[in-house]
Design a protein around this ligand. Sequence first.
Ligand code: GLY
Length: 363
Amino acid sequence: MADIYVNSSGGAYDVVVESGAWDRAASVIAEKTAPSKVMIITDTNVASAQGARIDALKESMLCDTSSFVMPAGERYKTLTTLGGIMSAMVEAGLDRRSAVLAVGGGVVGDVAGFAAAVYMRGIDVYQFPTTLLAMVDSSVGGKTAVDLPEGKNLVGAFKSPRGVFADTTVLETLNEREILCGLAESAKYGIILDKGYFEYLKANAGVATEKECLDRQVCRCVELKRDIVARDEFEGGVRALLNYGHTVGHALEVLGGFERFRHGEAVSVGMVTAALVAEEIGFGEKGLASEAAEYLSALNLPTAMGSDMDAGDIIDVMRRDKKNLGGSLRMALPRAIGEGEVVSDVPVSAVKSAIMKHKSLYG
Ligand code: GLY
């Protein structure tokens, strides 16, 4: 369907968006870097849902392969898991010409990408996203990390993949909640970057999970991300727009103990709050939050944060977010649909009022 070319300081790469993309991977990888060996890194959920596909991928490789299966879930995105991967890499005899194939969602992509970034001071990584969220966002752009007990993604590196293979037929095994999380990230691109894309999403809300629409979403989101990363790979400025909905969303994830909200669900709620913040400080057009909320609700994504969520607690977690500089609140805010800016020094009082308003309007 599409090979989307992404430029990066670590070298240019293609994001292959196509049914059967994994079948092409072996020859693309052999041509691109001819690795001495590859290690497939995945998690227990993906290994059971995509076992046959992973076996086929492994068999198709034109070099020695090994596998590492990490336990599934954000709580295993740790230095301990990373250490286990490093030891397995040594044991499997990976050298500086070897490569990692990260097969999974955002967590696997982050840990495996970081493992590739630091093993022997850096080896190649290819991303095989198995969730919609990873296809539209996390597998592209080179952010990798593990969490510390003190916070999410606190140790990591920018490590561009040498290739990304996104095949939406892989999504057939995902449950509805997982697909919805990806649709929230997809909506993010429309609301903060591309009005035309948001119009497309609204017009196609009823078929958002059908293959043709999913393919269009993956292609458009990757193109939009490619353009942002080309301008600001290391998030000195404009890339932070992709954090729209994430500052409040992250606080909700933390306060919900990473059980109550999945990442995409928290982002869905956070996008509505951020739109309310934009309206509150007079930066964004009136009606932005309701337009975003209407689309998200039409998809069945959550817009309510819960009456027990305390504005003070949310703001405390937001202040600790590493994306804030010097303790002030920095948020990606929409000015209008499809047009956003990263605003530093957002007044805490405005965030507090927006949260109160959010709770009264959306729960
Ligand atoms: N997920 C946001 C970024 O890659 O910058």
